[in-house]
Design a protein around this ligand. Structure first.
Ligand code: B3K
Ligand code: ZN
Length: 880
């Protein structure tokens, strides 16, 4: 049992650094095992800090080799050095220069934090606290300095040397060695430091900013993969143009470099001028990437680029303010993707992600406010709550004040805080100043964990011709807190479409609920309307309202808002699945008049709209996932019952839609000679085609297998091939194993494609999956040290295969626990992330809950757990 109490860092304890660093000169001599780092820091006491305080520089796993102060070797009594800190007991109270030499081993760095090697390429990851694994430093985001980096390496091993900022000079540096010096004129916190050294291929293009700066954009990839980097390069240019137009933000250096590496703990990192990416989010070709992959490359390229302003030029004062850069930048990337693609379709995708990831987090033991108040390990707070709910708050702000005031407030935020480390208060102040409005009820969203529930009742008075909507807000578990500002975009709908009724409290289609309860009245309403609420999902809440399927069908058929139309269909499907899940003995075919009405509505919808908006049609055809259903039910979950109820409804819908599905599957096929295009319209057709295939297979396995096998062989792109393989994977038998074998052989040399193959197998909802996943861990292409492989196989199993992860015998939990323990020794961040698969364990029925608890207890008792894993474990079990 662990005995040490974790050290908790609290927002309320924030105080400014006692010292500041103005400039940093780094001299890095790269070597696989012995990299020498000499850091020259220009320090001075911070006027806002405590006078005469000792100087405590952070370190992590460091060995001090040399130390001078203003050029003189320091007396040993003047300082103390350990692996985790370098302390000067009585530093000068005037500006001074420290020169610190450390030696590090990038090859031994399996945590992938600090300087490490990925497939022989030197690269860095410093956010949140990796810079202290390179040199001793004031490793906190409110210490911003101007950096110069000299990188020296073996010319054959690392012909490419990249740093932050602009290249000042480069040349030979003795036998077999060469060097490059990079200057970054923009002050930055240490977490944005980066360097890369390696053998890499490059694609590049020119870009001229709106203010006339000539910029070279370049993407660096593993040798031989340059032909897969073009889409990412194009996405950089589109992101730059978009940020100029949408937010008035132009780029500020002469080069913008993106480097793809194959071992990376997350998606990508926004280091100043040198973004380092997981290669999964750079490399894309029709043969290897799905439409979803292309969209993810575009989105993440944009996200990291947008950080150049929201994160880099304006950074965070401390890590509690993480949402200030992440939530805002997610909002910005969502807007970008919406402009590049279909806004309505994209919004539904965002909501699905939020509900699948953030809602369960907010309802479980890992819940925390968007701005946390306390943490033990900050790397565990890069969560759906900080990112996705953080983005929703920014979206609500825009809805509340309107787009013009929002843009003006953003301009003010950027100009008031440029070059500074800011807080959530600074962000909101820019908008309050711009609009003169009190935003304190909106600010509450940053402070309160949990998903707000909005109760709604509608009352129609036919004689007065009025319709009254009563709203009540409730935050489960925190009933006494001040109310939140909840923007509710709404309208009324009747049998013939939208109803033009008036209500003075609805401005530009939005009513703001900022009291515990409130009501609004529409006048001149001729017949009982159906309310269309939270159009565009205008607030990240759950709605409680007694609605009939007839009302939902009215919305699905006649509402003007794509989100509420989609939601109406989902709500009916959800009710049908939940009822079947709860039924003692669900009828085998699940037939019932209610499902028939739903299917009839889907048929009408497809006939009228499938051809004009295939991407939206694909979403409407998709039933809520098993995870969605579990979250809806919320307690006493039996994943097998949910699985079988959902399967029953899928089958029923597939049968009910009958020949329409085959017609769509044919109509939506890319022509045999059509060149592949990843654009949204083409991707939408493929999405609908594959949604149809899924339902055909649900209705008739034989026919589904036949069509899927043909599609698997004939497809000319990864989207269709993978969809066919997924359909086949759901049908036990030889055809499945043959297809899996063929796919695995065809892509044996393509790690990113094999990840899809690992994931598809990890998802199979059958008992044999546990041993299959075990066998795949021994596959030559699998490596416990590669985060992408681990997430594809083990992460997918834990996060997306509820029947097998939460098996009643506990074997799924144990598989995960074994992996977590194994990985914790090498890469604690990755292990901690996997462990979050247990986040919803308390929702399970008692038997499974007991198994989960026992397994978590076993992990707790393992010796030497990392802080990352211990933190997640403690909070998951409620002991941390
Ligand atoms: N800022 C990085 C995430 C860093 C995660 C550190 N554990 C990528 C991003 O969100 O843009
Ligand atoms: Zn980010």
């Amino acid at each position: 049992m662990r005995t040490e109490t974790p050290i908790l860092i609290r927002l309320e304890d924030y105080r400014p650094s006692d010292y500041l660093i103005d400039t940093v000169e780094l001299d890095m001599r790269l070597h696989p095992r012995e990299t020498r780092v000499v850091a020259t820091l220009a320090l001075r006491p911070n006027p806002a800090g405590r006078p005469n305080a000792p100087l405590v520089l952070d370190g992590d796993d460091l060995v001090l080799v040399g130390l001078t102060l203003d050029g003189t070797v320091l007396d040993e009594a003047a300082y103390s050095a350990s692996a985790s800190a370098l302390t000067l007991h009585a530093p000068p109270q005037a500006p001074f220069t420290l020169t610190i030499e450390t030696r590090i081993d990038p090859t031994a760095n399996t945590k992938l934090m600090g300087l490490y090697r990925s497939s022989g390429v030197y690269c860095t990851q410093c956010e949140a606290d990796g810079f202290r694994r390179i040199t001793y430093f004031l490793d906190r985001p409110d210490v911003m300095a101007v950096y110069t980096t000299r990188i020296e390496a073996d010319a054959a091993e690392a012909p490419v040397l990249l740093g932050n900022g602009n290249l000042r000079e480069s040349g030979p540096a003795g036998p077999g060695r060469h060097y490059a010096v990079w200057d970054d004129p923009h002050p930055k916190p240490a977490y944005l430091f980066a360097l890369v050294g390696g053998r890499l291929d490059r694609v590049s293009r020119d870009f001229t900013t709106v203010d006339g700066r000539a910029v070279t954009l370049a993407v660096y990839v593993e040798p031989g993969k340059a032909d897969r980097a073009g889409y990412a390069l194009d996405a950089i240019a589109r992101s730059m143009t978009w940020d100029e137009e949408a937010f008035g933000r132009a780029y500020d250096l002469d080069v913008f470099n993106v480097v793809a590496v194959s071992d990376f703990n997350m998606g990508a990192m926004e280091n100043k001028g040198l973004n380092i990416f997981n290669d999964k989010y750079v490399l894309a070709s029709p043969e290897t990437a799905t439409d979803a992959d292309y969209a993810a490359v575009e989105r993440i390229i944009a996200h990291e680029y947008f950080h150049n302003w929201s994160g880099n030029r304006v950074t965070c004062r401390d890590w509690f303010q993480l949402c200030l850069k992440e939530g805002l930048t997610v909002f910005r990337d969502q807007e970008f993707s919406s402009d590049m693609r279909s806004r309505a379709v994209h919004r539904i995708g965002e909501v699905r992600t939020l509900r699948a990831r953030q809602f369960p987090e907010d309802a479980g033991p890992l819940a925390h406010p968007v701005r946390p108040k306390v943490y033990a390990e900050i790397n565990n707070f890069y969560t759906a709550t900080v990112y996705e709910k953080g983005a929703e708050i920014v979206r609500m702000l825009r809805t509340l004040i309107g787009p013009a005031a929002f843009r003006a407030g953003m301009d003010r935020y950027f100009s008031d805080n440029d070059g500074r480390a800011a807080t959530v208060e600074d962000f909101l102040a820019a908008f309050a100043t711009e609009t003169g409005r009190d935003l304190s009820a909106l600010a509450q969203w940053y402070e309160r964990p949990g998903t707000t529930v909005i109760g709604v009742e509608g009352h129609y008075d036919s004689s007065a011709r009025t319709y009254r909507l009563c709203f009540r807000q409730r935050l489960p578990g925190a009933e006494d807190g001040p109310p939140l500002a909840v923007p509710i975009a709404l309208g009324l709908v009747g049998e013939d479409g939208p109803i033009a009724a008036s209500c003075e409290r609805v401005v530009e289609g939005v009513f703001v609920l900022d009291r515990p309860s409130d009501e609004i009245v529409f006048t001149d309403v001729d017949a009982r309307p159906v309310p269309s609420l939270f159009r565009g999902f205008s607030a990240p809440v759950r709605i409680e309202m007694a609605s009939s399927d007839a009302e939902r069908l009215t919305l699905l058929a006649h509402d003007t808002d794509a989100f509420t139309r989609w939601q109406a269909g989902q709500s009916i499907a959800m009710r049908l699945i939940v009822e079947r899940t709860k039924a003692e003995a669900p009828s085998a075919d699940g037939t019932g008049p209610d499902a028939e009405a739903f299917i009839a509505a889907l048929s009408t919808f497809l006939d009228a709209e499938a051809l004009s908006d295939p991407a939206f049609a694909a979403l409407v055809l998709g039933l809520p996932s098993e995870g969605d259903v579990a979250n809806e039910i919320g307690r006493n979950i039996d994943p097998d019952a949910i699985h079988s109820a959902r399967r029953t409804l899928r089958r029923q819908v597939g049968r009910g839609l009958g020949s329409r599905l085959e017609a769509l599957h044919t109509a939506m096929a890319d022509g045999p000679d059509a060149a592949f295009s990843p654009d949204a319209a083409s991707a939408g057709r493929r999405a609908l085609r594959n949604a149809a295939l899924d339902l055909i297979a649900a209705a008739d396995e034989g026919r589904g297998a036949e069509l899927a096998a043909a599609q698997f062989t004939d497809s000319t792109n990864m989207t269709d091939r993978l969809a066919a393989l997924s359909a086949l994977a759901a049908i036990p038998g030889e055809a499945r194993e043959d297809a899996l074998h063929a796919f695995g052989t065809r892509y044996a040399a393509e790690p990113l494609v094999l990840d899809k193959w690992f994931a598809i197998q990890a998802l199979i909802p059958e008992e044999g999956t546990i041993s299959r996943v075990g066998r795949l861990q021994d596959h030559p292409a699998f490596a416990m040290t590669n985060p992408n492989r681990v997430r594809a196989l083990i992460g997918t199993f834990g996060m997306a295969n509820p029947t097998q992860f939460a098996r009643p015998d506990g074997a799924g939990f144990r598989l995960m626990a074994d992996a977590v323990r194994m990985i914790d020794g090498t890469n604690p961040q990755l292990a901690a992330r996997l462990l979050t698969a247990f986040g919803s364990w308390r929702m399970l029925e008692p038997g499974r809950q007991a198994q989960a608890k026992a397994t978590l207890g076993e992990i707790v008792s393992a010796p030497g757990l990392s802080r990352d894993v211990a933190d997640i474990l403690g909070r998951t079990l409620g002991t941390g």
